[in-house]
Design a protein. Structure first.
Length: 286
């Protein structure tokens, strides 16, 4: 049975429980969908029958800038609890803002540094500082052996891995591949805001990424991979408002500008479809 807790004291009380295996955590902002379920199932598999899986549900105000959709962001705790339970969570920690930030907005915050300034960081100033601050707090509160994050938020995952390495957090960060609809659209809590016509237009994002991935599979160099993706987006014309398309080195989240690059790269895209901003990426190897 999944236990719902709202306070740090209640969360601490769940730590005993007789569990002898690994402690795994999945951090979310709620509005859970099949993508989150995949994270929870991965955590359950890693923790095993003797371990513990904790899912956090917290809409972090520090991650939302002026004019962003904090008030619009869906809150569906009852449904979230049901999905988390079915996927294998032992504990759902759903604190209020006052519980996470008891003194109001924190005076001391983490900085994402240079890795957080481009791409999503350029479009959403301060977003990654707020994200890293709350992830650090939740890692302290949940004390996991391993934390699971989705690869769809590629820059977020890269920054969390860097934070953990730079600040010596005693936790493993595990990435879980993006979950997609049958037609390729990456699952997102924001997809619910798309009209049927906008959802069809949004498929240009995944099609562009797949075109780039296919080009690489055929032996294309970095510039040709990006060109293949760009051609699909150009074909979409004004039906989407492109923010960026980047072929990125995940170690420092900078643009790959060398044809002799070797290793894993992230082909990432962000665009507005109607009023809804969507992001997606795929991994390609050179």
């Amino acid at each position: 049975m999944t236990v719902l807790v709202h306070t740090k004291r209640e969360l601490e009380a769940q730590r005993g429980g007789g569990a002898t295996g690994p402690r795994a955590v999945v951090m979310t902002m709620g509005a859970l969908h099949e993508g989150h379920a995949a994270l929870i199932r991965a955590a359950r598999e890693r923790a095993g029958a003797e371990g513990t899986v904790v899912v956090t549900v917290f809409v972090n105000p520090l991650q939302f800038g002026a004019g962003e959709d904090l008030d619009r962001y869906p809150r569906t705790l009852d449904a979230d609890l049901m999905l988390a339970s079915e996927a294998g969570a032992d504990v759902v920690f759903a604190p209020g803002v006052d519980e996470v930030y008891p003194g109001g907005e924190p005076q001391v915050r983490l900085s994402a540094g240079p890795m957080g300034r481009g791409y999503e960081g350029a479009s959403r100033p301060g977003h990654f500082d707020g994200m890293l601050t709350v992830v650090a707090k939740l890692l302290h509160l949940t004390s996991p052996d391993v934390a699971f994050f989705g690869e769809k938020d590629g820059q977020q995952l890269a920054l969390i891995r860097r934070m953990v390495a730079d600040l010596n957090f005693p936790v493993e960060i595990a990435g879980v591949p993006t979950v997609r609809e049958a037609d390729g659209l990456a699952l997102s809590s924001r997809n619910r805001f798309l009209t049927a016509e906008e959802r069809e237009r949004a498929l240009a994002l995944s099609r562009a990424l797949f075109a780039g991935r296919d080009a690489r599979a055929a032996g294309a160099a970095p510039s040709a991979v990006k060109k293949a993706a760009s051609a699909v987006l150009e074909g979409a014309g004004s039906t989407i408002a492109l923010d960026y398309l980047g072929l990125i080195d995940p170690s420092d989240f900078t643009e790959i500008d060398r044809e002799d690059f070797t290793g894993e790269a992230v082909l990432a895209v962000a665009a507005k479809v109607g009023a809804t901003r969507l992001i997606d990426n795929v991994r390609v190897r050179f």
